[in-house]
Design a protein around this ligand. Structure first.
Ligand code: F6R
Ligand code: ZN
Length: 186
């Protein structure tokens, strides 16, 4: 019987994935037009600033049911005006599919919004575990001064619906108010 070495390694203290099959993507400020509340402020900032990066291990074809994907996201610290750097956020296209996120480094909030636009946020810190139920949109904001790193695991047929967020947004935004993060209704 053959013995194999793992194809993928997770650096436990950094949350980073290593291996030849890892897909890597980078999100720069110029790709986030219209995402932040103050678009004028965003447009005046350095458009080449790296806001977040994502690694994904997708051992089965995307869209195929029954598989699981594994990811790492790193959100760099910073703000557009009062609003913390954050991911675009999405519902899953296969609407009723769940996901796990867990914090590895840094601090921030996981912002969750259900299909009725009810919104809440969970504090993310190293070791915090977050179950994201199906039908719930999710985005993460970095409220700290260091990169916020988290891992994720989601179904291979979940897909990403960015369009409805682009059209309707989240019903609240995480802003710095009097030096503290506050979820402010739109
Ligand atoms: C996968 C998932 C994460 C995000 C990543 C980037 O379902 O939720 O891997 O894709 O944190 O955020 P988005 O995709 O919203 O730009
Ligand atoms: Zn997701």
């Amino acid at each position: 019987m053959a013995l194999f070495n793992p194809k993928v390694f997770l650096t436990l203290t950094e949350g980073k994935l290593e291996g030849t099959e890892i897909k890597q993507s980078y999100k720069y400020l110029n790709a986030l037009a219209g995402v932040f509340k103050n678009e004028t402020a965003r447009a005046e900032m350095d458009q080449d600033a790296l806001i977040y990066e994502v690694q994904a291990y997708m051992p089965v074809e995307e869209g195929k049911s029954g598989g699981l994907f594994f990811g790492n996201s790193t959100i760099y610290p910073g703000k557009v005006d009062q609003e913390y750097f954050m991911t675009r956020g999405h519902f899953h296209s296969n609407f009723d599919t769940a996901e796990y996120y867990w914090g590895v480094k840094g601090e921030g909030y996981l912002i969750l919004m259900d299909e009725n636009r009810k919104i809440w946020a969970e504090k993310m810190t190293p070791g915090s575990v977050h179950y994201i139920p199906g039908k719930v949109a999710h985005r993460v904001a970095n409220t700290g001064s260091e990169p916020l790193v988290f891992n994720a695991c989601w179904p291979s047929d979940a897909g990403h619906d960015y369009e409805s967020i682009a059209e309707h947004g989240f019903s609240a935004r995480l802003l710095e108010v009097d030096g503290e993060p506050k979820l402010v209704e739109e």
